[in-house]
Design a binder for this molecule. Structure first.
Ligand SMILES: C[S@@+](CC[C@H](N)C(=O)[O-])C[C@H]1O[C@@H](n2cnc3c(N)ncnc32)[C@H](O)[C@@H]1O
Length: 498
């Protein structure tokens, strides 16, 4: 179906709704097969028994995806070819239009880890000069909504006249991308044989989801961050108001069953916010920003030092997950991408996690004390400009792993000075370092619990709600960073003379 506002995104021909034609086996492609759901959250691992180890492809090659071509194009012409020699086969791209494809994965496994489902290397990968593909996900498996008018979504699964269409249409494409994608996701779950009906079994349930959209007020208070708690209460209210406005009592059953209660809508919104990516899609002559839920790639966890990145292949509308050039990967390593460079509260707001070693975390110091930036950096063998600071581990001899993202965050967030070649005066530097340590201690004391008490709560055997756990971890991570800064300033004072 096609209405002016809901025409199929990108594809000139309508796709069959996820009917996958029989494909020839590609020896290097290892396919992941969705298993029927088991009790609890199922795992995605399913290595086909007879598949030889996949050869990792090099990125950037626009190789023929011969898997999608009809056999005729791949075979030498036959003697009794009925076509006269002046006739030429059509461009291979012709056959790709609207072809329903599956995802492919190379040299990876999907496993349940400490941070939920995650992607791990199933073999060693030597560092290469070019990036390597580990996953390919075709557009037709994604749920996608464009950000600008005339807005479009893909796949075009909503029948003309369905009330969910009007609900999506009533939102602002530029600001309400998450509400719109949540509606599309809920609708996709309800469409028989839709890919997302199966994939939904592998998404975190309400109890497993870390999003603070699902946190009761008591859990938000555990954050001990009034700004973040207020923001999350506002975000919850926005979602509940939206649900109440559109899922009122007298709506037709086909709409009501998509989100019978507001918790279901909050869950769908949590999934969308914590798992979608921004894509730039080519729409005829111009580029369109779109938000997309990309299955399988959404199992990648975040790391500020990620070994992988996402790449959109315009030509055949395929999202690739690639290992960065020059990165060695060992079997069992987690494959990660960098979601964004942000402070812990931003990660909490959208994804529901924080880290004590987030190199972008900020502490607001009010003291006038400042330490000498270059001296501090050289004590810890940190180099680079403010936005690209990195630890040169090769210069650090026999010295445990003290320098981590927390020390990089300290270098960014501590008040510092630097005036050309003017050297630091050790006695003044020590005084400043001590003043800053004092302030860290004061901030630590302002929390209602200590580091040890938080750790005891998290280690206790009793069942702890997921959102309470991540709220306690958030305040703990802030305290651990403050402690790390205190320790780093101790080391700085010891070494400033040498
Ligand atoms: C895109 S999903 C990644 C797959 C997810 N682990 C799962 O179980 O399906 C994002 C979610 O993964 C978790 N996550 C990702 N990176 C993380 C990290 N570095 N630390 C803790 N949790 C993380 C958070 O729950 C986040 O909302």
């Amino acid at each position: 179906m096609a209405t002016p506002a809901a025409s199929p995104l990108l594809l000139p021909l309508p796709l069959p709704a996820f009917t996958f034609p029989p494909r020839r086996t590609v020896p290097c492609a290892r396919r992941l097969v969705l298993r029927p759901p088991r009790a609890g959250r199922p795992r995605l691992r399913d290595p086909p028994p007879a598949a030889p180890p996949p050869a990792v492809e090099e990125a950037g090659e626009e190789e023929e995806d011969d898997d999608t071509l009809p056999l005729r194009l791949l075979e030498p012409p036959q003697e009794d070819d009925p076509f006269p020699p002046e006739m030429e086969p059509a461009d291979p791209d012709f056959y790709r239009i609207g072809y329903a494809r599956m995802m492919r994965a190379y040299g990876i496994e999907f496993l349940e880890g400490p941070d939920g489902m995650a992607v791990y290397a199933s073999r060693d990968v030597d560092p290469l000069r070019r990036a390597r593909v580990i996953m390919e996900i075709p557009l037709e498996l994604m749920l996608t909504v464009t950000q600008k008018r005339p807005w479009m979504f893909f796949p075009d699964i909503i029948p003309l006249g369905h009330p969910i269409f009007d609900i999506i249409e009533s939102t602002d494409p530029e600001t309400d991308w998450d509400l719109r994608l949540a509606c599309l996701l809920l609708y996709a779950f309800d469409v028989e044989d839709n890919f997302w009906q199966l994939y939904g079994d592998f998404l975190p349930s309400v109890d497993e989801c870390t999003s603070l959209l699902l946190a009761p007020k008591d859990d938000l208070m555990e954050l001990e961050d009034q700004d973040l708690a207020t923001k999350m209460l506002k975000n919850q209210k926005r979602a509940i108001d939206f649900w109440q406005k559109h899922w009122h009592k007298t709506i037709p059953l086909k709409l009501k069953r998509l989100a019978p209660d507001h918790e279901r809508f909050l869950w769908a919104l949590s999934i969308v916010q914590s798992r979608s990516v921004n894509l730039k899609l080519r729409m005829g002559a111009f580029l369109q920003d779109a938000n997309a839920l990309v299955p399988y790639a959404d199992m990648l966890n975040h790391s500020p030092d990620a070994n992988c990145f996402l790449h959109w292949r315009f030509k055949d509308r395929m999202l690739e997950v690639m290992i960065k050039a020059g990165r060695a990967v060992k079997k069992g390593d987690e494959m990660t991408i960098d979601y964004m460079s942000g402070v812990n509260s931003s990660f909490m707001e959208r994804y529901g996690f924080s880290s004590p070693t987030n190199p972008w975390e900020l502490i607001n110091f009010s003291s006038d004390a400042k330490i000498h930036l270059d001296s501090f950096l050289s004590v810890f063998n940190i180099a680079g400009l403010h936005d690209e600071l990195y630890h040169n581990a090769a210069l650090t001899s026999g010295e445990n792993n003290f320098v981590d993202g927390g020390v990089v965050a300290a270098a960014r967030t501590l008040p510092t000075w630097s005036e050309g070649d003017v050297p630091a005066i050790p006695s003044l530097e020590r005084k400043s370092a001590q003043a800053l340590q004092e302030e860290c201690h004061t901030m630590l004391e302002s929390f209602s619990t200590t580091i040890q008490q938080d750790q005891e709560i998290l280690d206790s055997d009793g069942h702890i709600r997921r959102t309470r756990e991540i709220a306690i971890k958030y305040r703990l991570h802030r305290k651990l960073l403050l402690q790390k800064i205190i320790d780093a300033l101790d080391i700085y004072q010891d070494r400033i003379l040498f």
